[in-house]
Design a protein around this ligand. Structure first.
Ligand SMILES: Nc1ncnc2c1ncn2[C@@H]1O[C@H](COP(=O)(O)OP(=O)(O)OP(=O)(O)O)[C@@H](O)[C@H]1O
Ligand SMILES: O=C(O)C1=C[C@@H](O)[C@@H](O)[C@H](O)C1
Ligand SMILES: [Mg+2]
Length: 196
């Protein structure tokens, strides 16, 4: 005779996967250096899970009616970080959301606290090497103003790395396709393959 537990337990590998995916966090936030793939992977991950995808950079541009490059030039980076913090706080209110952060959001103390201490979301770091970042972002200086500061770019990368690594989950991305990165995130966050 089946015990209550065994009759309720999942029977197929597909059932196991569906149950595990139901345990996924209601908000997943992607962080990482410019070019790590936050926008690309975030949009795919949202489709995969049926969540809404939001890109903080795109929201800031939409709400201000100005490009990020213009905001940096006109108001400077500290002003931008303040606006970015307020925007992220607001964007984290709804559930079933994948939020791609701007590459520098992690530098702001209040943003880090919001992401790491309040348990509102799972923070996922897409970790790309400096070589990958430079290759993927080549020629995009007009839309990524921080790239123009070439003298400080490597130092910025190394200053940010330990901050990104505070994330709940770190995923090395250099040798994975965007779809591959999505599968790793789903597996890890649903506990299907926690050791990877
Ligand atoms: N896993 C990947 N493999 C190969 N190319 C990738 C991968 N992920 C992203 N790319 C490519 O790298 C470039 C940068 O990706 P994307 O814009 O998603 O990065 P980002 O982290 O959102 O950058 P930013 O911080 O500037 O917004 C794009 O051309 C994208 O197609
Ligand atoms: O790395 C950074 O500091 C930035 C990355 C982009 O996503 C934008 O948020 C902006 O260009 C700043
Ligand atoms: Mg992006």
């Amino acid at each position: 005779m089946l015990t209550e537990e065994s009759s309720l337990s999942p029977k197929t590998a597909e059932d196991v996967e569906i149950q595990a995916e139901r345990r996924l966090p209601v908000r997943i936030v992607l962080t990482g250096f410019m070019g790590a793939g936050k926008t690309t992977v975030g949009s795919l991950l949202a489709k995969r899970l049926g969540y809404r995808f939001i890109d903080a950079d795109v929201e800031i541009e939409r709400e201000t009616g100005a490009t990020i490059a213009h905001l940096f030039e006109e108001h400077g980076e500290p002003w931008f970080r303040e606006l970015e913090h307020e925007t992220i706080q607001r964007l984290l209110e709804p559930e079933a959301v994948i939020l791609a952060l701007g590459g520098g959001a992690i530098e702001d103390d209040r943003t880090r606290r919001l992401l790491l201490e309040r348990n509102a979301a799972k923070l996922v770091h897409l970790e790309a090497s400096i070589e990958t970042v430079l290759r993927r972002c080549r020629g995009t200086e007009s839309v990524r103003p921080v790239l123009r500061d070439t003298a400080n770019l490597e130092a910025r990368y190394h200053k940010r790395l330990p901050l990104y690594r505070l994330a709940h989950l770190n995923v090395p991305v250099d040798s994975h396709t965007p779809a591959g990165v999505v599968e790793i995130i789903v597996e890890r966050l649903s506990g299907q393959n926690p050791s990877r």
